[in-house]
Structures are given as structure tokens and as C-alpha cells.
Design a protein around this ligand. Structure first.
Ligand SMILES: *Cc1c(COP(=O)(O)O)cnc(C)c1O
Length: 429
């Protein structure tokens, strides 16, 4: 038995499914998950010493690659000063200032420990600030596993064929309206019917939990107009896209296309922690004043603003804010996507792909899908064969076709080249 197999069997005895987050279990693609022993730069090594080029990057946070010296140094120094105090620290201010400096839509942030917590708290704040209960979310968008948001939530759930989790009472999601992504008429109908009861519309601006699907500019423009008209807050879940698709997040991209565009509340995670548990939600002072201890909307956390996590996040943000960082990362990611597309064309395989900054997605479909229903028509068997053929050649892609991929600043042109060469062989197989 292989070491990975032995570890997986041992893990399954003491951890449900052998994993602490479902998609790691390889259920969608079959086979044995690789147990990772260490990582450096663009590479992971599993328990058997096999090396992989990493296109998961811990599902987004590792934008600098693994073990960046400035990040390691900041974390080690912070750890020596103390792991947790449960009292305010200067570094929390510095991180809040750094986030706000890059995101003009927000004046204040609250730091938390996971994207789930940030998304859940953003909804509570939106409801508390508007005095309304209903929320709109879109099919295929994932906003963490808080009860009210765990309906038709893409990747992890899609993998298991359950649109919605068991253990969530119907009463808890009765205020959650789920609409199709990029469907303007549905959106207008929902606002016509429920506009006065809507606390917020929550959206992944580039949906990374159904692989990679952009909200169209006309759709986003209409979302913004309707929210403003009806007094509902627009919540941008940028846990994945924030500081990943651009320094100013996906909202900076929509702001270029739509004059004066801004979301009301922004939610961040993943990259802002640089690999440590850290997330945040932010908005105007006016809305934030509803949050405890200033206002009646309660929100708290023992490890919120943790000194080691903030050191890691700050060091990461400093690196990605350097001039030219995103140009280089975007260029590298684009070269991967173009190479994969060319390999598919040569093999006569229907294929479409897209990228923004250091985030990408690809489908075994002739055209990029606009919604979850179309994503689900992507050829799953072909994806699974491709995934395993790539893994066998030392390329670690996300183990489900509903997931976005990530390129880091540590990926070299040679890494991209060898990935494309592996894809040529894998698509021919
Ligand atoms: C990952 C993710 C979350 C949840 O973050 P966790 O840190 O896993 O709780 C929420 N929203 C989006 C868009 C995500 O990609």
C-alpha cells in the first residue's frame, strides 16, 4: 500500500472522510488524496516525496507561493512576541489601514478568522443596518457555510450532488432568495416583488466556486441600480477575488467598466491572511456604526486580529502592493490559460478558459458558461481523466471541475511550460 493510501485509511478512522474540508477528499475525481508534507515556492511535496506544481495555493491564499522569505520572517518574529493576547494590537490597525488603502469603497474593517465568519457577519450587519430580513444570493456562489447562505452554494456542495446542506432548517433559509447568476430579468422580478424587504444582495463578482464565471457588466450595473433604488445593500464577497484578481479586488475591475461603481459591504479572506486564518468585512463608517461595541449588531472572536495572522497578512499585502506585481502575475496566468487552450485545440477537445490576475478557470465546453446550470453541463468524465493524467505528471489542479485555479508569483515561465507540456500529453490520452 502506498504511503498516501495508508495515511488516508488512518485518517478516515478518526476524521470524517479523512479530511477537514470536504473537497480535499477527491470524492469528485476519485482516487487517493495526496497528503502534503511540505511546500516551497510553486511546489508541493507529498508524503511519498513526489513533487507537484501547485495550482491550488491553499485555495487562494498563497499568492506569493509557499515560504516567501519576507512572510516567514514576519511570522517568526510575531510568534516570538506572543501567539495571542485577546487585547488590541498596533498590527491590527496597520492591516486595517493597508486593506482600506487599496479599497476605496471601505472606511472601516472588522477582522475575523475565516471567510465563513466574515460572510455571516456581513449579512448580519446588512440586516441590522437596514432593519430588513430578506437576502438575495445566486446559484453557484459560495459564501462560506453559515446556515442562511448554504443554499445552492456551488463547489463543495456540487461535488456531492446536494444543492443544500442537511441540518439547515427551512425556517433558517426562508429569507434567502436564490436567483440565477447573470439573469437580469429574474433579478428585476425579485426586486419588483420583494424590493422593500431586501437587506442585501450578496454576490461573488467573479464566481470562483463554480470554477470561473464573471458577472457580466450589464448584470452588475443592474444589480447596483436596483440595490440603490430599493435601499438594499450590495455585498461583494471578495474572499477569493480580493487582492487576487487585482490589488483593488474585482470591484476595481467593475469600477473601471461602470462609472461610480462601488459595493456597499466588502468581504475578504484568503490572500489577506497569506496562509494564516484571517478574514475581514468592511464598509462605510455610517454602516459600521451598527456593529458592536458601537451599535446593536453583535459580532466577536477570541482569535480575531490574531498577532501572528496579522503579521502574515501584512507581509503578504506589502509584497503584492509592489509596482508591477499584478502585471507580472496576470501575464503568467494568461500564458498558462493560452497554452492550455492551444493544447486543447491541437487535441480537438472542446475547451474554454479565462483568467484575471492570478485566478483562472477552464471548462470542457466550447464557450465560457454564464451560469451554474451551464457549468454543470461541462464534461465531468473528461475533467476527471484530465485531472488524474495531470496529477500523474506532477501537476496539482483542484480536484473538482467546479473550482477555480490559482497561479502564484513563484510560478516560473518554465513551470508554466512544463504544465502545458503535461496538458498536451494528458489531453491526447
Ligand atoms: C473560500 C470562500 C469563502 C469561505 O471562506 P473560509 O475561510 O473557507 O470560511 C467565502 N466566500 C468565498 C467567495 C470563498 O471563496
Amino acid at each position: 500500500m502506498s504511503t498516501n493510501q495508508a495515511l488516508f485509511e488512518r485518517a478516515q478512522r478518526v476524521i470524517p472522510g479523512g479530511v477537514n474540508s470536504p473537497v480535499r477528499a477527491f470524492r469528485a475525481v476519485g482516487g487517493t488524496p495526496r497528503f502534503i508534507a511540505r511546500a516551497e515556492g510553486a511546489y508541493l511535496w507529498d508524503a511519498e516525496g513526489q513533487r507537484y506544481i501547485d495550482y491550488i495555493g491553499s485555495w487562494g491564499p498563497m499568492i506569493l507561493g509557499h515560504g516567501h522569505p519576507a512572510v516567514l520572517d514576519a511570522v517568526q518574529r510575531a510568534a516570538r512576541e506572543g501567539l495571542s493576547f485577546g487585547a488590541p494590537t498596533e498590527r491590527e490597525i496597520e492591516l486595517a489601514e493597508a486593506i482600506i488603502a487599496h479599497v476605496p469603497a471601505i472606511e472601516q474593517v472588522r477582522l475575523v478568522s475565516s471567510g465563513t465568519e466574515a460572510g455571516m457577519s456581513a449579512i448580519r450587519l446588512a440586516r441590522g443596518a437596514t432593519g430588513r430580513n430578506r437576502i438575495i444570493k445566486f446559484e453557484g456562489c459560495y459564501h462560506g457555510h453559515a446556515d442562511a447562505l448554504l443554499v445552492k452554494a456551488g463547489s463543495g456542495l456540487a461535488t456531492f450532488g446536494h444543492p443544500t446542506s442537511a441540518g439547515v432548517p427551512a425556517e433558517v433559509v426562508q429569507h434567502t432568495l436564490v436567483l440565477e447568476y447573470n439573469h437580469i430579468e429574474q433579478l428585476e422580478a425579485a426586486f419588483a416583488r420583494h424590493g422593500q424587504e431586501l437587506a442585501c444582495v450578496m454576490i461573488e463578482p467573479i464566481a470562483g466556486n463554480m470554477n470561473f464565471v464573471r458577472a457580466s457588466v450589464p448584470f452588475m450595473r443592474r444589480v447596483r441600480e436596483l440595490c440603490t433604488q430599493h435601499g438594499a445593500l450590495l455585498v461583494f464577497d471578495e474572499v477569493m477575488t480580493g487582492f487576487r484578481v487585482a490589488l483593488g479586488g474585482a470591484q476595481s475591475i467593475y469600477a473601471r467598466a461602470i462609472a461610480g461603481f462601488r459595493p456597499d459591504i466588502s468581504v475578504f479572506g484568503k490572500v489577506i491572511g497569506g496562509g494564516m486564518p484571517l478574514a475581514a468585512f468592511g464598509t462605510s463608517r455610517e454602516i459600521m456604526k451598527h456593529l458592536a461595541p458601537l451599535g446593536p449588531v453583535y459580532q466577536a472572536g477570541t482569535l480575531s486580529g490574531n498577532p501572528v495572522a496579522t503579521a502574515c497578512g501584512l507581509a503578504t499585502l506589502r509584497e503584492i502592493a509592489k509596482p508591477g506585481f499584478f502585471d507580472a502575475l496576470s501575464e503568467r496566468t494568461r500564458s498558462l490559460v493560452e497554452g492550455l487552450s492551444a493544447a486543447a485545440r491541437a487535441a480537438g477537445v472542446p475547451f474554454s478558459a479565462d483568467s484575471e490576475g492570478g485566478m483562472f478557470g477552464f471548462f470542457f465546453l466550447p464557450q465560457l458558461p454564464q451560469d451554474y446550470g451551464t457549468v454543470m453541463t461541462s464534461d465531468k468524465e473528461r475533467f476527471n481523466r484530465f485531472f488524474h493524467a495531470m496529477l500523474g505528471r506532477g501537476i496539482y489542479l483542484a480536484p473538482a471541475l467546479y473550482e477555480a485555479g490559482f497561479v502564484s508569483a513563484a510560478h516560473t515561465a518554465a513551470d508554466i511550460e512544463s504544465t502545458i507540456a503535461a496538458a498536451r500529453e494528458s489531453l491526447a490520452a
